[in-house]
Design a protein around this ligand. Structure first.
Ligand code: K1U
Ligand code: ZN
Length: 169
């Protein structure tokens, strides 16, 4: 088991655009295991490789109550989105303690490779759909606070930088 450090907003590395995973090999298998350990330890429902400073298109998710249904999406693509959107309360392990509303598609279909390198289509609604969209944004270098007003985002940035300064003394 390895826990990976999670980058905190406004770290500029969270803005990097992730590259395609070329092969699902032993290195990727180890990264998946470490990301799942890190997500469960942090009590998150998802984690994108970007958040652990790996700029490759890989996300892990578990929205189950029992925390026993891990989902691995490698090179995910949205192949269908619902017409309707909904405002959902979101949080982010890279922006600890901040929760706010973001509009997302109610339902999405995503094509991705699983942990064995097999192509799969995931049909998602509810929290899973929200989480897939949130994590795919991370792979594009976008953090959910970028949907908020400049005023709110500025306040969050100041709060995060202050918390970081206080941690280092
Ligand atoms: O990407 C991340 O930082 C993980 C993030 C995923 C997420 C949560 C909520 C909506 C969309 C995406 C989290 O897991 S934040 C912590 C959390 O467990 C949580 C927060 C709000 C609602 C449900 C769960
Ligand atoms: Zn996040």
């Amino acid at each position: 088991m390895a826990l990976l450090p999670i980058l905190c907003y406004p770290d500029p590395r969270l803005q990097k655009v992730a590259k395609t995973v070329a092969t699902v090999d032993a290195r990727v298998t180890t990264l998946i295991a470490d990301m799942l350990d890190t997500m469960y330890e942090a009590s998150g429902i998802g984690l994108a490789a970007t958040q652990v400073d790996v700029h490759e298109r890989l996300i892990v998710i578990d929205v189950s109550e029992e925390r026993d249904q891990p989902l691995v999406l490698i090179n995910p693509e949205l192949i269908w989105t619902s017409e309707d959107k909904h405002l959902n309360e979101e949080g982010c392990l890279s922006v600890p303690g901040i929760y706010d509303g973001v509009e997302r598609f109610n339902a999405v279909h995503a094509r991705a490779l699983d942990e064995h390198g097999q192509s799969r289509v995931i049909e998602a609604d509810g929290l899973l759909a929200v989480c897939i969209q949130h994590e795919m944004d991370h792979l594009m270098g976008k953090v959910f606070v970028e949907y908020l007003s400049p005023l709110k985002r500025g306040r969050i940035k100041t709060k995060m930088l202050k918390a970081r300064r206080e941690e280092s003394v």
